[in-house]
Design a protein around this ligand. Structure first.
Ligand code: SF4
Length: 353
């Protein structure tokens, strides 16, 4: 088996040398830059990440620069990438490094995992790529490759299989070139051993692959049946007073924490107009007249399928009563970090003004 293992590693690394994409974070061993790229790449495609990464690095070229920046500027640079807890955790961890560790970055994977928002995968990826630590990094792409390689028929999302895959990944790892090996596995999963139509004909691991040999590569991995996304209906208020609109900042913790939005309420069967009016009165201490519906916006999230009706609303005052409120002209909406959904609402308001 050790000869087989050696051959597998050599083939994969040779393929990676030939085929690796030239990506900005692959031109550096700077742990900070690798860290930012790894966080951005969670749940997000490479092509989407590249321009965000470039802009982020221009704005915050060092961990000290990131720590010094206000959270709102960091969220603004993150806008559109989604999963905003990643940005908040990145910022909190940068501040922790500067305040508690004198700016000294962690080196080992174990040390990286002590920072907020850094899990086992990210810690291993950074430590292996930046410092050659021989620790396997198991992300979704790598897990899929391994399940097919070993022809695992149990659900990939079961904790037992997950544990076995971590062990399998560590066993396969080429200890002397751990960073390259981890990246090669990720690259293979992203470009050859893809979720649909794996391209086994060009795969450097084909001769070792049990899934391919059994003709079941495309049917793997098996997943536990997931709960369908829940439909959620909501109403949002574009509250206007003398050409300015009210935006509110979401609580720092929780979904989309720290981002700005139009006041909105979830509808649980009742009428949108009365629910919106009552919500704005109780939360924002403001009496509004709910006018016509401007649009209906549909938006998919991981576990929720949102349908938001946005209403034009008017009121007779525009003071700031509650912390985290701002009245802005539509041309100023772009200054605040918003979710993709609220950005769409902002565009509707801007077009309709
Ligand atoms: Fe994936 Fe096919 Fe390669 Fe096996 S041979 S690892 S199934 S691409």
């Amino acid at each position: 088996m050790s000869t087989e293992l050696g051959a597998l590693r050599r083939r994969l690394l040779a393929w990676y040398r030939r085929e690796a994409r030239d990506l900005p974070w692959r031109r550096t061993r700077d742990a900070y830059r690798i860290w930012v790229s790894e966080v951005m790449l969670q749940q997000t495609q490479v092509a989407t990440v590249v321009p965000y990464y470039e802009r982020f690095m221009q704005a915050f070229p060092t961990v000290a620069a990131l720590a010094k920046a206000p959270l709102q500027s960091v969220l603004k640079r993150w806008e559109g990438l989604g999963y905003y807890a990643r940005a908040r955790n990145l910022h909190a961890a940068a501040r922790f490094i500067v305040a508690q560790r004198g700016g000294k970055m962690p080196v080992t994977a174990a040390d990286w995992q002590t920072l907020p928002g850094i899990g086992r995968y990210t810690a291993a990826a950074i430590a292996s790529i930046a410092h050659h630590e021989p620790v396997a990094a198991l992300d979704g792409n790598v897990a899929r490759v391994l399940v097919r390689l070993f022809a695992v028929r149990q659900p990939i999302d079961s904790p037992t299989v997950r544990g076995l895959l971590w062990k399998g990944a560590q066993r396969l790892l080429a200890a002397r070139r751990a960073g390259d090996f981890n990246q090669a596995m990720m690259e293979l999963g992203a470009r050859v051993c893809t979720p649909r139509n794996p391209n086994c004909g060009v795969c450097p691991l084909q001769r070792f692959c049990r899934g391919a040999a059994q003709g079941r590569a495309e049917r793997l991995p098996v997943k536990r049946t997931r709960r369908a996304a829940q439909p959620v209906r909501a109403a949002a208020a574009a509250i206007e007073h003398q050409g300015r609109y009210l935006l509110v900042r979401r609580p720092a913790q929780g979904i989309l924490g720290g981002l700005w939005q139009f006041p909105a309420v979830q509808l649980n069967g009742g009428g949108a107009t009365s629910a919106l009016r009552a919500h704005v009165r109780s939360r924002l201490r403001l009496d509004v007249r709910v006018g016509r519906q401007l649009a209906t916006v549909r938006h998919e999230m991981t576990h929720r399928r949102l349908e938001v009706r946005v209403y034009g609303c008017a009121c007779d005052e525009s003071g700031v009563r509650v912390e985290g409120e701002r009245w802005l002209a539509p041309e100023e909406f772009g200054e605040l970090p918003m979710s993709v959904l609220d950005r769409r609402l902002a565009e509707i308001v801007l077009q309709g003004k």
